[in-house]
Design a protein around this ligand. Structure first.
Ligand SMILES: [Zn+2]
Length: 290
């Protein structure tokens, strides 16, 4: 067992797994609200990276994943995608017009659709057959599979990996695959929860990003190390906020407060709440010229 980021064998168990028994695709739902329930977490004594190393073949759970609650937040997730794309473009100092973009872990194609509306020639890859099917039925170009299944050898101007690196059993392999699909000088944007954030430290193991689907926990230092190790030069780190329907947020509060104390009025679905707990990191990094 070696650290997924620095390769050190000095891994130490810091959190027992919750007795979830046999894993199923449902355990990996994007909208899973069993915060604090995780697989066994190990810390690397060399670099501090937290990881769940004793799980293999994660991909098959994502292939079978269905998550109807995720689709309900589509309008809010579209606003989110536009904001992330805008942030990347502001670094490129350019418009999306005519640029090629790949979205890794594209879900139902929300970001791909937003990028196309901004002028990008955008394409996604998504392992969940169910999510990819939603994109396909809306005629959004999302291929079923991972970045390794992408046909041809085209290089992209930009690649987005939003909330992906915390889900895979080989994050360095994923980042290197992204680099191999990026033109020299092209940009990779990575968004992932930050376990070094103030909120994460205050909440300890009850932080909402501690969940079964997350098998890697980055902070600014380990994310930087991973990007550089994959052949990228980090350019900017920011903390993106999110937008949620009010009813979704109120239901999520039920993980912390007894639900009978939380009224969820019918109109709450139509209200969008911007929320920035500053506990996610967005890194934009450039592929080094080689
Ligand atoms: Zn390490």
């Amino acid at each position: 067992m070696r650290c997924r980021i620095c390769g050190s064998p000095r891994l130490r168990l810091v959190k027992q797994g919750a007795g979830q028994g046999e894993l199923r695709s449902d355990d990996f739902a994007i909208t899973d609200a069993r915060y604090g329930q995780t697989l066994p977490i190990y810390a690397c004594d060399a670099c501090g990276f937290l990881q769940c190393p004793d799980v293999e073949g994660l991909l098959r759970y994502y292939e079978g994943l269905q998550d109807p609650d995720y689709e309900k937040g589509r309008p809010q997730r579209t606003l989110q995608a536009r904001m992330l794309l805008g942030r990347m473009l502001s670094i490129a100092g350019d418009s999306g017009q005519g640029k090629t973009l790949l979205d890794v872990g594209a879900g139902s194609g929300i970001l791909v659709q937003a990028a196309r509306e901004m002028g990008f020639d955008a394409l996604g890859v998504e392992p969940s057959r169910w999510l990819q099917g939603i994109a396909a039925s809306a005629e959004i170009p999302v291929i079923c599979g991972t970045i390794d299944d992408l046909p041809g050898d085209a290089l992209f101007d930009a690649i987005m990996a939003v909330d992906v690196v915390e889900h895979v059993d080989d994050p360095m392999g994923l980042l290197r695959a992204c680099v191999s699909r990026l033109r020299p000088g092209g940009l990779l944007a990575v968004v992932t929860p930050d376990r070094g954030s103030v909120v994460a430290r205050l909440m300890g193991w009850r932080w909402w990003h501690y969940r079964i689907a997350h098998v890697n926990y980055f902070n600014r230092v380990t994310l930087d190390m991973a990007l550089r190790g994959a052949g990228l030069t980090p350019i900017q780190y920011t903390r993106p906020g999110w937008r949620f329907p009010l009813d979704y947020l109120l239901q999520r509060l039920g993980a912390y407060i007894p639900p009978r104390f939380i009224p969820v009025p019918g109109f709450a679905r139509r209200i969008t709440v911007p929320l920035n707990l500053l506990d996610s990191l967005m890194a934009v990094a450039m592929r080094r010229e080689s």
